[in-house]
Design a protein around this ligand. Structure first.
Ligand code: UN1
Length: 542
């Protein structure tokens, strides 16, 4: 048995051209590093340089997932009884350790999922911000004192921990999103089993190790690697076996609905952060240069691989031609490449080969709908590359930026998310039509409008059905202390981040303390107040 803090990283013989290290990765169960019970493994590769394999990780079995659940269950009584300020202090230590190791963690995130270094730094910073926020929330886990309707009786409310939480996140924000979930979970006194994303096991291992280094007791966070259909499914199935008190999931709407059904039939709380087809409306009064920057970033920053990325760009007909022409000039000059090797790229590769396959299917949907392709040509190869591509196209999984115009409400691509560098453009007749279009997809995560008309901005923010709205801003960029989550097909109404997420990881316990020494019945033994009969003609005073 080896504790996670005793093991450095064990290096495997590396075959990658830059001699980058390849490690043997482990699950972390009750603080101990573990291989899969049947020894099976999978590898994690750099999507910007496919010959660069980061390491080999356990393909966790049902037994492994259940060992992690048992460890989390065993750690729960002591952890939930640990004073919340102490839990907060450990969380603060995590934030400080992340700051200390930020550069290395950022480089690792870029190596594992291909985000630009600038964006990886943003994601890691979001994890740090979350730690710093919840450090002090540990000193503020307030309950209330409430007056009773009876004398000599006191009422109180307490926040109580739920128990064991199953955590499943996507790989696109592999530092920020699991921290959005696990930091408030453990601050409230819960313990966790974290199924790392299949495409980011190395980063997840490094983060879990840092959490233990910060003073987290063994068993409070247990890490299992594997596939969604393997370890992820075993974790969800355990809800039916009564082993889980909460699931928090970020990923596709289809999987979210399945998890919601399993949790629903067991009365287990589920936080579901799902897909989006985020609308961005451009009105004639907008500052067009600013709006073009915002639309371009929303659609193509992060290679469009944020749940908050732009889906439908809705442009008012009066400025349509001018806007599209200027936007297209930017799109055509997009600099794309591996940010670990070249400077100034807007975006890098797809998160992994799997995301590339799904993205290409999304493009096929746009084509089948008859949308008018203004730009884009699928996967970038050495003889099929846009002018702004830098580097070796065959080395990674790179995609052209894609723009489809002439999209209308009756098309599938108007309603469905295309996760990657592609936007669909829709023409609006007037403001009411634009607002209608913005609300017409099945999703409701993020949304934005560019306008300098204050009434339009007001009508948009009060008329849009979405969990997040930007006014004269892009569709992305939620901050770590505001509520994050969607409505409609984007989620089940739960929120991450800020004080609001505490609702998702605790329940309210109402306690009454009867000091009178006798049985006083609520509602029935309450003093009756009689109103006094006295006729006054108030109208005579007027
Ligand atoms: C996600 O893509 O799942 O608002 C999260 C944003 C980021 C978080 C995105 N802060 O774009």
């Amino acid at each position: 048995m080896t504790h996670v803090l005793e093991t450095g990283l064990e290096f495997l013989p590396s075959e990658n051209p830059d001699n980058l290290p390849m490690v043997k990765g482990y699950n972390i169960i009750n603080g101990q590093v573990k291989l899969a019970s049947d020894g099976a493994t999978f590898t994690s590769s750099n999507p910007g340089l496919l010959t660069d394999c980061l390491g080999e990780f356990p393909l966790s079995t049902k037994d492994d997932v259940h060992a992690a659940l048992d460890a989390a269950r065993a750690a729960f009584p002591a952890w939930s009884a640990t004073p919340a300020p102490t839990r907060g202090q450990i969380i603060g230590n995590m934030g400080r350790l992340l700051m200390e190791h930020k550069d290395a963690i950022v480089a690792l995130e870029t190596r594992e999922i291909g985000k630009t270094l600038k964006e990886s730094a943003g994601s890691v910073q979001e994890a740090i911000d979350t730690c710093l926020f919840f450090q002090s929330e540990g000193r503020r886990l307030y309950g209330q004192t409430v007056h009773s309707e009876l004398p000599n009786k006191e009422l109180f409310t307490y926040r109580r921990a739920l128990g064991v939480c199953g955590i499943i996140n996507a790989c696109n924000f592999p530092a920020a999103v699991p921290f959005w979930k696990m930091i408030p979970a453990i601050m409230c006194g819960n313990t966790c089993v974290w199924k790392s994303p299949q495409d980011a096991p190395m980063l997840s291992f490094a983060l879990a190790r840092i959490m233990h280094q910060a003073g987290l007791p063994d068993g409070v966070i247990n890490l299992v690697h594997g596939k969604g259909s393997g370890a992820g499914q075993h974790l969800v199935d355990a809800v039916d076996e009564g082993k889980i008190n909460k699931i928090s999931f970020t990923g596709s709407t289809a999987v979210g609905k399945m998890i919601g059904e399993v949790c629903g039939r067991n009365l287990v709380s589920a936080s579901l952060e799902l897909g989006g087809k985020n609308p961005l409306v451009i009105m004639p009064s907008a500052n067009l240069e600013n709006a073009i920057e915002g639309a371009y970033w929303s659609g193509f920053g992060t290679a469009g691989q944020r749940c908050t990325s732009l889906g439908n760009l809705i442009i008012h007909q009066d400025i349509y031609d001018e806007f599209v022409e200027k936007l297209m000039a930017k799109v055509k000059s997009t600099r794309i490449g591996d940010s670990a090797r070249v400077d100034g790229v807007l975006y890098g590769p797809m998160l992994s080969e799997k995301y590339a396959v799904d993205f290409l299917k999304g493009l096929e949907m746009c084509e089948a709908d008859g949308a008018n392709k203004l730009f884009g040509n699928g996967r970038i190869t050495s003889d099929n590359k846009p002018q702004g591509f830098v580097g070796d196209a065959e080395a990674g999984v790179y995609m052209w930026p894609h723009v489809y115009a002439g999209v209308t409400e009756d098309m599938k691509c108007f309603h469905e998310e295309v996760f990657g560098p592609a936007i669909t453009i829709v023409k609006a007749n007037d403001f009411d039509h634009a607002l209608h279009l913005a609300n017409a997809s099945p999703y409701g995560l993020s949304s934005a409008i560019y306008t300098n008309d204050r009434l339009e901005a007001y009508r948009f923010k009060s008329g849009i059905k979405a969990g997040m709205t930007g006014i004269n801003n892009s569709t992305t960029g939620a901050e770590a202390h505001l509520p994050f989550g969607g409505v409609k097909g984007s989620g089940n109404g739960t929120r991450e981040s800020g004080i609001w997420v505490i609702e998702a990881y605790s329940y309210w316990h109402a306690v009454n303390d009867e000091l009178s020494g006798k049985l006083q019945l609520a509602q029935m033994d309450v003093d009756e107040i009689e109103m006094v009969e006295a006729e006054v003609d108030y109208s005579s005073l007027a």
